[in-house]
Design a protein around this ligand. Structure first.
Ligand code: ZN
Length: 167
């Protein structure tokens, strides 16, 4: 069997770092539960590459010149499409991303793992009717945010399911 890039352990979930052009892609990877860093704007290529290597992450980019760095093929994923949907499909096919099995387990804002609900309060922006209906909530301890499964999450879930069908 031949592979491009290094063999990775199937049991270790893939981890990513997205360059600044691909923040949308990074957001979707977080929604799917993947540990994904979105570095600050203007971060130097060398810094991104070093971080990817040190933290055992795939660096996702559309910047062809990143591939010129020594050993880049081992941890850089170069995407070709210039649309978000195109990029998500490329990742699905090339990295076998599972968009569903850990969906909504990670904070889209800060990448922290979400916890089962603590006590919701309107102070956190949780609408009273959500609290009243006892809809289950997830809490991000890092950015003090509550999340709940509303119509927005339903639409996201449908998109994730659509992507998974392409695997
Ligand atoms: Zn958070």
């Amino acid at each position: 069997m031949t592979t491009t890039g290094p063999a990775f352990c199937a049991l270790a979930p893939l981890r990513f770092i997205c360059d600044e052009m691909l923040r949308g892609v990074g957001g979707w990877l977080r929604v799917a539960g993947y540990d994904t860093l979105l570095p600050a704007q203007g971060e130097a290529d060398a810094t991104l590459l070093a971080r990817a290597r040190q933290e055992d992450r795939w660096l996702i980019t559309r910047d062809r010149k990143l591939m010129e760095h020594a050993g880049a093929t081992a941890y850089v994923v170069l995407l070709e499409s210039d649309t978000l949907q195109g990029n998500l499909l490329e990742l699905t096919l090339r990295m076998d991303i599972d968009w569903l099995s850990r969906a909504f387990s990670r904070c889209k804002r800060c990448n922290n793992v979400l916890l089962e609900s603590a006590e919701p309060s309107p102070r956190h922006g949780v609408p009273p009717d959500i609290i009243k209906q006892r809809i289950s909530l997830l809490f991000c301890p890092a950015c003090d945010q509550f999340f709940w499964h509303g119509s927005h999450a339903d639409r996201m879930q449908r998109r994730l399911a659509e992507l998974n069908r392409k695997r």
